[in-house]
Design a protein around this ligand. Structure first.
Ligand SMILES: Cc1cn([C@H]2C[C@H](O)[C@@H](COP(=O)(O)OP(=O)(O)OP(=O)(O)O)O2)c(=O)[nH]c1=O
Length: 196
């Protein structure tokens, strides 16, 4: 199977690519993740996924392997919640998400001889969170480094009443859209070996 390059430092993205049998090397993309003024969330995650993949592609020069980049954002009231800076920031995010619905947008981009990108959108319903729970959750160490300050794949799952969309997308890499992109680039997955 053809190898690809994952332009990400995220262990979750690594795990999800492994899950579908993709062989890859990992490289870290350093880009400015500041949203542009009035940038719509869909445009933001798309731009970042593409920029991460392009940054690694440019560094590798004429390496033939396609580069995969991804970006995930939690969106509430059309505001993009990134990763928490500190405890106060994480607590403010979780208070904002408490007792209501939010969206999670996850973009995946592949940059090779051509470029393509797909976005997955999920809706997540949180039950009401108490101040004690928010403080305890921060102390667990889980919110740090996670968009919106929670992890669906971890203890954060106990806050989620309902999820509509893509569990892998909320985690950081929408597997369905990723497989579609890889197929579009002619990269076969083990699960697709009976394709004509
Ligand atoms: C909402 C949510 C986010 N996250 C994570 C996924 C992403 O790693 C992170 C969002 O930040 P990103 O900027 O998308 O990714 P990253 O900085 O971790 O990795 P890289 O840029 O190197 O690819 O939040 C979870 O793990 N679980 C969740 O439930």
């Amino acid at each position: 199977m053809e190898k690809i390059i994952l332009a990400s430092a995220s262990p979750r993205r690594q795990e999800l690519l492994h899950q579908i049998g993709v062989q890859f090397d990992q490289q870290v993309a350093e880009i400015d993740e500041t949203p542009r003024e009035n940038e719509p969330p869909e445009a933001y995650v798309t731009r970042l996924a593409v920029e991460k993949a392009r940054a690694v592609k440019a560094r590798l020069g004429d390496d033939e392997a396609p580069v995969l980049g991804a970006d995930t954002a939690v969106v509430v009231d059309e505001e993009i919640l990134g990763k928490p800076r500190d405890e106060a920031h994480a607590a403010a995010m979780l208070r904002q998400l408490s007792g209501r619905e939010h969206r999670v947008l996850s973009a995946v981009a592949l940059v090779g001889r051509h470029e393509a990108c797909r976005v997955s959108e999920s809706r997540v319903w949180f039950r009401t969170l108490s101040e004690d729970e928010i403080a305890a959750y921060w102390r667990s160490g889980e919110p740090a480094g996670k968009a919106g300050g929670y992890a669906v794949q971890g203890m954060g799952a106990i806050f989620i009443e309902q999820l509509q969309g893509s569990h892998s997308g909320v985690m950081g890499l929408p597997v369905f859209e990723t497989a579609q992109l890889l197929q579009e680039f002619g990269i076969r997955l083990p699960g697709n070996r009976y394709d004509s």
